[in-house]
Design a protein around this ligand. Structure first.
Ligand SMILES: [Zn+2]
Ligand SMILES: [Zn+2]
Length: 388
C-alpha cells in the first residue's frame, strides 16, 4: 500500500478546466445534438483540431522544449507554441520543467510530479487538482527556457494567449462552415477534453501497460495501442531510457506521427540537428534485456529443471559471456578514441561498428531460437513437472 498523499490546497483553476468543463460537455453536447444536430464539418473540426493541439504538445512542449531533441526555426517554434497553447496544458516553461523533473525522479512518490506509484488517478489527473509540493514549479532545471524569449512571452501572457488562440482558431472555422456552435462544442470543448486525456494517458497508462524491451529500471512501458492514441508517445519505455532521441517509436515501422512530423519539418528546412541515439546503444540495451528476461524465466524454476532446459541455460550463459566480452572490447576502443583521438582508432571503431551490427543480429537470432526452445521446454515442464 502506498502512504496516503499529503493534503494539499485545491487548485480551483485546474478543477474548472479538468472537472467542470467535462461536466458541461456531458450535459451540453448531447442536448445540442438532440435539438440541432452537429454538422459533418463540426465533427471533422474535432478530429483535425485534436491533431493540432496534441502535436503541439508532443512535437513542441515535449520533444522540442522539454528534451531539446531537435532545433526548430523561429517560424516553426511560433507555430508549435500556438498549437501547444491551444491544448491548454499550462505554459511551456511550467510543463517542460515539470517533465524534466518527471524524468529525473521517475517513480519517486515524493519527487516525481506524476509518479505512477501514487496510483493511476494521481498520475493521470489528481496531481494537477491540488497544489502538491512535487508538482510545484522548479525552474532551476530549465535555464535554457528562462532565456528563451518566445517561451517567456508565452509564460507571461499565457491566459490572454489561450483566449486569443481559441477565438482565432474556432470562430473563423465555425463561421466558414456555417456552424459556430457545433465547432465550439466539438472542435472546442470536446476536442480539448480528448486532447487532455490523450496526454494524461502518457503519464498514467504508459507507466502501467505494455512491454519493457529496453530497461526495467522504471515503470515506463512500450505499447502500440497507446502509441496510436498518443501520437507516437506510447513507446514510453524507449523514451525513458533515451529521452533525447527525437523519435519515441525508434524502429522505422513503429507508429510515431510526431517523429514523422519533425522529420518532415527538417526536410522543409524548418528543423535541424535531429538527435538520434546510436543504433549500437539501442541494440545493446535491447539485447541485455532479452538476456535478463531469459534469466528471470529460468530462475523461476531454480534447480527444478530437466536436462534439456539445463543445456539451453548453459548455452544462454555462454552467449551472454560472449556478448559482454564484445561489449567490453568495444568500450575499450571507445576509451582509446576519447584519449587518443587518433584517426587510426577512429577507423578501427568504424570497422568494429560494422562488425557489431552483424554480430548483434546473429546474437539476436540465436537468442530468439533459444527462447523458442526454452518456451517449448517450459510448457512441457508445466505439464509434467520434474519430481525432485
Ligand atoms: Zn514517463
Ligand atoms: Zn519525456
Amino acid at each position: 500500500m502506498n502512504a496516503p498523499l499529503p493534503k494539499a490546497p485545491i487548485n480551483w483553476v485546474a478543477v474548472f478546466a479538468l472537472v467542470f468543463l467535462p461536466i458541461v460537455a456531458i450535459i451540453a453536447i448531447p442536448l445540442y445534438a438532440y435539438h440541432h444536430d452537429f454538422s459533418l464539418a463540426a465533427w471533422i473540426s474535432m478530429f483535425v483540431l485534436l491533431g493540432v493541439s496534441s502535436l503541439g504538445i508532443t512535437a513542441g512542449y515535449h520533444r522540442l522544449w522539454a528534451h531539446r531533441a531537435y532545433e526548430a526555426t523561429l517560424p516553426l517554434k511560433i507555430i508549435l507554441m500556438i498549437m501547444g497553447t491551444f491544448a491548454v496544458q499550462n505554459s511551456i516553461l511550467f510543463w517542460a520543467s515539470g517533465h524534466r523533473t518527471h524524468h529525473r525522479h521517475v517513480d519517486d512518490v515524493d519527487k516525481d510530479p506524476y509518479s505512477i506509484n501514487n496510483g493511476f488517478w494521481y498520475a493521470h489527473l489528481g496531481w494537477m487538482l491540488r497544489d502538491y509540493p512535487a508538482a510545484e514549479p522548479n525552474y532551476k532545471n530549465a535555464p535554457d527556457l528562462l532565456n528563451d524569449k518566445l517561451v517567456m512571452f508565452q509564460h507571461k501572457y499565457y491566459v490572454p494567449l489561450v483566449i486569443l488562440v481559441h477565438v482565432g482558431i474556432l470562430l473563423p472555422i465555425g463561421w466558414a462552415v456555417g456552424d459556430i456552435w457545433g465547432v465550439l462544442l466539438l472542435g472546442g470543448l470536446m476536442r480539448l477534453i480528448l486532447s487532455h486525456h490523450v496526454t494524461f494517458f502518457i503519464n498514467s497508462l504508459c507507466h502501467m501497460w505494455g512491454k519493457r524491451p529496453y530497461t526495467d529500471e522504471n515503470t515506463a512501458r512500450d505499447n502500440f495501442w497507446l502509441a496510436i492514441a498518443t501520437w507516437g508517445e506510447g513507446y514510453h519505455n524507449y523514451h525513458h531510457i533515451f529521452q533525447y532521441d527525437y523519435r519515441n517509436g525508434v524502429k522505422w515501422w513503429q507508429y510515431d506521427p510526431t517523429k514523422w512530423l519533425i522529420w518532415s519539418c527538417s526536410k522543409l528546412g524548418l528543423a535541424k540537428n535531429l538527435r538520434r541515439i546510436p543504433s549500437f546503444n539501442i541494440k545493446k540495451a535491447e539485447l541485455a534485456m532479452k538476456f535478463k528476461y531469459a534469466e528471470q524465466d529460468l530462475a523461476v524454476y531454480g534447480h527444478n529443471v530437466n536436462d534439456d532446459i539445463s543445456s539451453v541455460k548453459q548455452r544462454l550463459a555462454q552467449e551472454y559471456e560472449a556478448f559482454t566480452h564484445t561489449l567490453n572490447d568495444w568500450a575499450k576502443l571507445k576509451e582509446q578514441e576519447i584519449q587518443a583521438k587518433k584517426s587510426a582508432v577512429a577507423e578501427k571503431i568504424h570497422q568494429m561498428d560494422d562488425k557489431l551490427k552483424v554480430e548483434f543480429q546473429l546474437v539476436e537470432q540465436r537468442l530468439t531460437h533459444h527462447r523458442e526452445t526454452l518456451n517449448i521446454l517450459m510448457r512441457n515442464l508445466k505439464k509434467n513437472p520434474v519430481s525432485q
